[in-house]
Design a protein around this ligand. Structure first.
Ligand code: UD1
Ligand code: UDP
Length: 382
C-alpha cells in the first residue's frame, strides 16, 4: 500500500484535492492510503469546511489551524507542523497543489526530509515576482520529484528553467519527472456540474436572470490592499453595471470584504450601495459557484480558478491583472487582460458582448481524467 500525505490549506486547494480523493476512493482504495493535512490557512466555514462537506472530501486527519498572519510567520509555523506530522506518518509521497503558502510549506518540509514531493499544477508562471504566488510556485517546483502540469505552457516553462521533459522512471529528487496531464479543476467541473444543477438554489435565491448577469470575484492582495486599484475596480464595475443595465454578482473573499470596509472611497461605496444591480454576496459554495459560472454572461475576475472555470463553461473572462498564467485562454481570444484600467475593462466588456456568438473554447485542459492519470503515474514510479 502506497501512503501519500496531501497538504491542503486555502480554498482552491481544498477544491482541487477533491478530484484526487474521489479517484482514490473509487479506484485505488486498496493501493493508495491518503492522509489529509489541512494547514488551516483558510478557516471560515465558507472558505473551508463547506467544500470538505459538499465535495465529499474525507475529513482531514490533521488540522493545525495556522490562521492568518504575515507570510513568514504563517509559512514558518506551517513548516514546523508539517514536519512533525511527516515524522509520524513517513509517507511515500507528499502531494501539494498550486501556489499558496501551504504549498510552499509542504514543499520545504517534505523535500528536506527527502520525501518525494508531487506538485500538481506545476510550471505556471506569471513572470511577476511581486506576486507571492510566483515565489511559492518557483520554489515548490524546484524541489519537487514529480511535476504535473495542467497546460502545455506549464511544461514549456519548466523546460526553459532547466528541467528535462524526457527523464525516465524512477523519478527522484535529482531526476524529477515532468508530465503534462490536464487540469484536476476540469475533472471537478465536469464531475460536479450535474450535481450543481440538481442542488444549487443560488440563481433563485438572488433572483438572477440566467445568461444575463456578470460574475465577478476579486481577492489578489495587490487589488485589495492598494486603495487606488481597489477604487478603480469598484467604480468601473459600478459604471459598467449602470451603463449597460446589467447585474453584477460578486461573492466576496473575506480579504475583499475587509478592504471594502476599511479602504473603499466613500463616494464609490455609496454609489455601489445605491445601485440595486450590484449584488455583493458572502463566499459561496462550489456547487453555487459552478452554477454562477455556467449561467453568467461573462466573468470579471482576478482569480486563477475562476478564469479557468469560466472557460470550462464556455464563458469569456476579463482578467483584472496585468498578466495571467493561463496564457492559452487569452490566446484563444476568450480572455482579455485589462489590469484594473477603466477604459480597458469597458472595452473588453463591449468586445465580448458584440462577439459572443463567435467565441470558441478549444480543448486545452485535458480530458477530465487528470486525477486518475496522476494516481497511476505515482503508483508506477518504480
Ligand atoms: C490565499 C493565497 C492565494 C489564493 C487565495 C485563494 C497565499 C500567499 N495566497 O490568498 O494564492 O489565490 O488564498 O483564496 O497563500 N481570511 C479570513 N478568513 C479565512 C481566510 C482568510 O478572514 O478563512 C482573511 C484574513 O483577513 C487574512 C486574509 O483573508 O488575513 C488573507 O488570507 P490569506 O490566506 O493570507 O491569503 P489569501 O488572500 O486568502
Ligand atoms: N470559489 C467558490 N466560492 C467562491 C469563490 C470561489 O467556490 O465564493 C471557487 C472557484 O469556483 C474556484 C476556486 O474557488 O474553484 C478559486 O479560488 P480563489 O479564487 O479563491 O483562488 P485562486 O484560484 O485565484 O487561487
Amino acid at each position: 500500500m502506497l501512503k501519500i500525505v496531501t497538504i491542503i490549506g486555502a480554498r482552491p486547494q481544498i477544491i482541487k484535492a477533491a478530484a484526487l480523493s474521489r479517484v482514490i476512493q473509487k479506484n485505488y482504495k486498496n493501493s493508495i492510503k491518503e492522509v489529509i493535512v489541512h494547514t488551516g490557512q483558510h478557516y471560515d466555514t465558507k472558505m473551508s469546511q463547506v467544500f470538505i462537506d459538499e465535495l465529499n472530501i474525507p475529513a482531514p486527519n490533521y488540522n493545525f489551524g495556522v490562521g492568518s498572519s504575515t507570510h513568514g510567520a504563517q509559512t514558518g509555523k506551517m513548516i514546523r507542523e508539517i514536519e512533525e506530522i511527516l515524522f509520524q506518518e513517513y509517507p511515500d509521497y507528499v502531494i501539494i497543489y498550486g501556489d499558496t503558502n501551504s504549498t510552499l510549506a509542504g514543499a520545504i518540509a517534505a523535500s528536506k526530509m527527502n520525501i518525494p514531493v508531487v506538485h500538481i499544477e506545476a510550471g505556471l508562471r506569471s513572470f511577476n515576482k511581486s506576486m507571492p504566488e510566483e515565489i511559492n510556485r518557483i520554489m515548490a517546483d524546484h524541489v519537487s520529484t514529480i511535476l504535473f502540469t495542467p497546460t502545455q505552457t506549464g511544461l514549456d516553462n519548466l523546460v526553459k528553467e532547466g528541467f528535462s521533459a524526457t527523464t525516465s522512471k524512477p523519478f527522484t529528487q535529482d531526476n524529477p519527472g515532468l508530465l503534462h496531464c490536464g487540469d484536476v479543476m476540469y475533472d471537478n467541473s465536469l464531475y460536479f456540474k450535474k450535481l450543481a444543477f440538481e442542488k444549487s438554489t443560488v440563481i433563485k435565491d438572488y433572483k438572477l436572470k440566467n445568461k444575463e448577469f456578470i460574475l465577478c470575484t476579486v481577492h489578489r492582495d495587490n487589488n485589495t490592499d492598494d486603495t487606488e486599484r481597489l477604487n478603480s475596480i469598484f467604480s468601473t464595475l459600478n459604471e459598467l453595471s449602470l451603463e449597460n443595465k446589467v447585474e453584477i454578482v460578486m461573492p466576496l473573499h473575506p480579504r475583499t470584504s475587509r478592504a471594502i470596509e476599511e479602504s473603499l472611497d466613500n463616494k464609490v461605496d455609496k454609489a455601489m450601495n445605491k445601485n440595486p444591480l450590484f449584488k455583493l454576496l458572502p463566499p459561496v459554495s462550489f456547487l453555487d459557484m459552478i452554477m454562477l459560472e455556467s449561467q453568467c454572461q461573462i466573468a470579471i475576475t482576478d482569480s486563477g480558478g475562476v478564469q479557468k472555470e469560466a472557460f470550462f463553461f464556455k464563458k469569456p473572462s476579463i482578467i483584472l491583472r496585468s498578466e495571467t498564467e493561463w496564457k492559452e485562454i487569452v490566446d484563444a481570444g476568450v480572455g482579455i487582460v485589462t489590469d484594473v484600467k477603466r477604459d480597458q475593462i469597458l472595452d473588453a466588456f463591449a468586445h465580448f458582448k458584440l462577439n459572443a456568438s463567435e467565441l470558441e473554447y478549444p480543448s486545452i485542459f485535458g480530458d477530465g481524467n487528470a486525477a486518475g492519470f496522476i494516481c497511476q503515474t505515482i503508483l508506477n514510479n518504480k
